[in-house]
Design a protein around this ligand. Sequence first.
Ligand code: FAD
Length: 545
Amino acid sequence: IAARSSETTNSDATQQVDVAVVGAGFAGLYLLHRLRKAGFTVVVIEEAGDVGGTWYWNRYPGARCDIQTIDYSYTFDPELESAWQWSEKYATQPEILRYLGFVADRYDLRRDIRFGTKVTAANWDESAERWRLTTSDGADVSCRYYIMATGCLSAPKPPEIDGVKDFKGEVYFTGRWPHEEVKLAGKRIAVIGTGSSGIQSIPLLAEQAAHLTVFQRTPNFALPAHNGPAPADRTAMLQGDRAAYREQARWSLAGVPYPQQMAVSWQLSDAERRERFEQAWAAGDLVHILTQLWADQGVDVDGNALLADLIREKIRNIVKEPEMAEALTPHDHPFGAKRPCLDTNYYATYNRPNVTLVNLRQEPITSITASGITTDKRTFDVDMIVFATGFDAMTGAIKAVHPITGRNGKSLSDVWASGPQTYLGLTVSGFPNLFLITGPGSPSVLSNMAVSIEQHVDWVVDRLAALREAGFTTIDATETAQAGWAQHMADCSMLTLHRLANTWYTGANVPGKARGVMPYTGGVGPYRSICNEVVARGMLGFKLS
Ligand code: FAD
């Protein structure tokens, strides 16, 4: 069915559409395409100046994906897959951004996207059975369905340190890196944070800086990417039977087509475990090392420790100065319980004479001054500070739309005061016709998100089409179903080790944020089958009217 164009009523400049989507990243672009094809009128509202989401904002040196790009791609259109060739195993940010621009052009998506516009509030009008969105450019939107494709990692966390405004040098945030070139050569640079963005950018900053000082609060496990062409065996599998390869990914645990590993650590000898580990280390494949070494690595502390120890040994072997090696070695969480990083020369960078590591566990930052950073032991004069301090993950961008008011004037931030509550990670009871893409309670950040996003979008758009077909105008999750999902989430997370780490998965990186494992830990395939079963059982857990 051809899409009808968006309608605007001039009387109060409110744009009237069937569906409003917020965000034009991987999720928002595919939503727009599918909704149009299903015959809905759609507007997408996007704060950025163009499409891309994550890949629009994160332009820092070294930014790239850590799921192999042949897997981190759309799969909904085989012709699109043949029309695009990735140049590397792990594509860089500019290439992924070009890909998303290519997708936007191919399906003519930009004409329904309002760029440079922020949704600031959303209000459910019970009598009209419509959402009203307030936007930063003044033109409100009235829509039957409101879909937040606002991203899990799109709300950068503000610095927790006093004095940033007093600093007279340059200040950058990895998650808001400027479009124009940042001159690094010969500068004294400070990086605060050693999460994924820090670990990707530090080696490149060190190559150019006169001196690089890294301020680390918590060390992370990082694994070598060994970037290069996509591996021949995976490419051959994909090209041999593209449909089967993609289908296996959809039913896998992490959204990448690997089988469930069956051998348990204690069934393998030390030599066998080491051999598996060395092969995985050399292969440079995050999902392989996270899921394929032995069956109990992600669910049992002892099985996990065997793997974590092998990685710690690698760190000690690479970093020459023992005290520095020790400071860079994680001991406070099981491997994989916190997002591990994929690196290119990360640990070796600390052998350079122009790199200093400051261990904030031993000497916390006390202030940022006009000329640099002061800890309780020393002062570092620098020309530039790079904040690689991460995101208010999973809930940050949703709660930034404030208020979101549902039935009976209930505000989402009140309902979520002690942690996010959702049914399937997709809906919130009391907020009819609101959908979250990769919301808290879905596999999202524990998976290849391209696969999770496509599953969410397909499920939501198919439901909207079915509601329309059946003559329903509202859909709302029941409180019982939502409570049941919370229980199921808790049961699943008891089976994995994610609950044992203080991470952005659990809200621990944001002061005052409610704690709890936010993504669904049961896996992508099991999650998909639950979503399908909900439909097969007459929209189990939803009230339609
Ligand atoms: P986003 O890409 O975050 O897009 C959301 C958009 O919504 C943004 O453009 C934002 O501006 C907009 N928005 C938010 N709130 C509002 C508002 N109120 N009004 C208007 N606009 C709004 N995932 C993987 O699976 N594999 C990887 O290798 C990988 N690498 C990553 C590397 C980095 C550096 C980062 C930060 C994330 C990475 N991710 C990776 C996760 C990545 O976020 C997802 O894969 C995916 O890009 C998310 O797409 P999205 O459309 O859901 O959200």
